[in-house]
Design a protein around this ligand. Sequence first.
Ligand code: T1G
Length: 693
Amino acid sequence: MSHLVSLRNDGDIAVVTIDNPPVNALSHALRAGLVEALSRARADAGTAAIVIVCAGRTFIAGADISEFGKPAREPTTLDVISAIEASEKPVIAAMHGTPLGGGLEVALACHFRVAVPGTRLGLPEIKLGLIPGAGGTQRLPRLIGLDKAMAMVLSGDPIPATEALTAGLIDAIVEGDLTAAAVAFARGIVARGQAPVLARNRDDKLAPWRGEVEKFDDDAAPYAKRARGRDAPAAAIAALRGAITLPIEEALARERALFLDLVAGEQSKAQRHIFFAEREAAKLPKLAGVKPHDIQRAAVIGAGTMGGGIAMCFANAGLPVRVIEANDEALARGLDAVAKNYRSAAARGSLAADEVEARLARIAGTTDLAAVADAEIVIEAVFEDMSIKQQVFGALDRIAKSGAVLATNTSYLDIDALARGVARPDAVIGMHFFSPANVMRLLEVVRGAATSPATLATALAVGRRIGKIPVVVGVCHGFVGNRMHRVRGVEAERLLLEGALPADVDAALTDFGFPMGPFAAADLAGLDVGWRMRKAQGLNAPIADLLCESGRFGQKTGRGFYLYAPGSRTPQPDPEVARLIAAEMARRGAAPGAVGKDEIVERLLFAMINEGARILAEGIARRPGDIDVIWVYGYGFPAHRGGPMHYADSVGLARIRDRLTEFARRTGDESLRLAPLLQKLAADGNGFASLST
Ligand code: T1G
């Protein structure tokens, strides 16, 4: 048998143990071993029941994603499932960790399922631009009902074992040694002569839905509405619909056909790229063997929106955190906002009341900076002003304990300049959180020229511990994300001066898949933030500056690029803004014109991609995939497009080169001058992906 699967008997119970680290993915070798083991156990007269269990940290966490896009090899996952369902002896899935995707589908083919406490079960395929392709959309609703199955398949989020038991997805939660408990469970089944029932033959949970297709369509509609250009949600709905409109064999065939279409599609390729790029981003060969500091306690300087959110990240991860503010009033305001945030989470039912209290208890506020003395990591999140930050770092240098990491949450200031002002520049690093910090998963970890490997390793470890996706970047103005964001902003402003309106530009990007366009996003963030920054740096944004000069700061003033009805966050086009833009165009002698949607997308994204090429050439980002992860998790770039650099490869760098050349000629804009790396790759017929091989 394959080295990944072993078979032994515990009396009359056969135990099939899978061991394919790190997550027992259903690779070809594993499938072959499983089919072999099952046929042996079935053929063995001394075997009355079969237990399938996994070694390592989890039950099968899905199909082997790295095999997608390659020729399918037999036995397939469907063959494994047929082998289980053909067994006349009860087969029991014994689960722990994260049985996901094809792993849960294997369990759904078993006659019984048991799990240890803490197991999280799910069908996350939709997060890879796919749908369950091995019967999940048919067997799951037969066990737990269509509405719950719809929620699981279309969200892709796992459910805890307790919920799975209540829903009927598992038959028991077992304590202690999983294998022993599963063997005992199997023995009980055999002793009671309990007839094994296959999920595929269950109909009690589906019967209420037969003839209720309209209700199904109504319930599915909100999911379809939120698809924003993704193909997988519609495919999932179509597959689930088959559960109540088709005989099971036809429904399974339809699911499979929909799945195979998606696997071969660009969207799933893009989302699989992001899956692996996210994990690659955490790997820095140079840090191999470097031990991060042990972090027991954190401190955050500043209780503003960012400081409060950062403190919540630590409290959510079980770490005590001190929040230091300049005065009691600001401290109280900050801690109130944190408490309100937690209480509204409890009100929404996404956090238990006792958990709210436990997290609040981990956050202690003070106005005494000396309180940072026992923290192993200090994160400065004060006002974006270099002189204020230098003062804070000077004080931290005197107070913080030796070996402490001194991090700054600046979103664009020079980390090296901050480090030069302290006696321990090796301990200085940027940890750039995204707002709201307790929600956004991205963390730009900015390595300074003097940052030590231990400081970097510690920041990465802390990032992962507080549930972030840390991506290492170098020091430059705006690092990776904001540097590209600024270039996109300049191009967006230019489009307004060529006749596009804010709503045209925003619609082009939301149709592309972004949750929000640049102008609605600017109104949400507050136009005054960017205005202050531009003024400090001698930069300008013609229209945004004009809006700010007239007191239009966005949602906070009810007027910005859009109008907002009192209490509403819905942007309404404002004729006054159109007039203001027209007047500015006239003042500049610009002829009014129209810019098509496709050109708007190209202008905004190709300019960003060009800047991304410069960033790669300068080594500010290590891999194109790092840039993609930053934009997908920090700026809402649609994951089904794979991030800007992956998207560029799907368009073709030669086309981007030619279009940028055309745009630069037409606009005379220097920042659109081709990045040499883009030019070279296009000339060689290569893509950015060629840089990662
Ligand atoms: N295939 C291949 N490699 C995988 C993998 C998978 N399914 N899951 C994880 N890895 C690798 C990962 O790249 C990393 O490698 C290492 O394992 C540890 O992962 C037919 C179509 C299970 C919750 O979507 O969500 O089944 O970087 O760092 O944080 O219907 O991994 O060390 O070289 O993420 O502890 C459905 C995907 C597939 C689950 C563990 N399954 N995995 O998280 O570790 S589609 C999924 C995860 C499918 C069927 C369909 C997480 C995890 P390396 P990690 P972790």
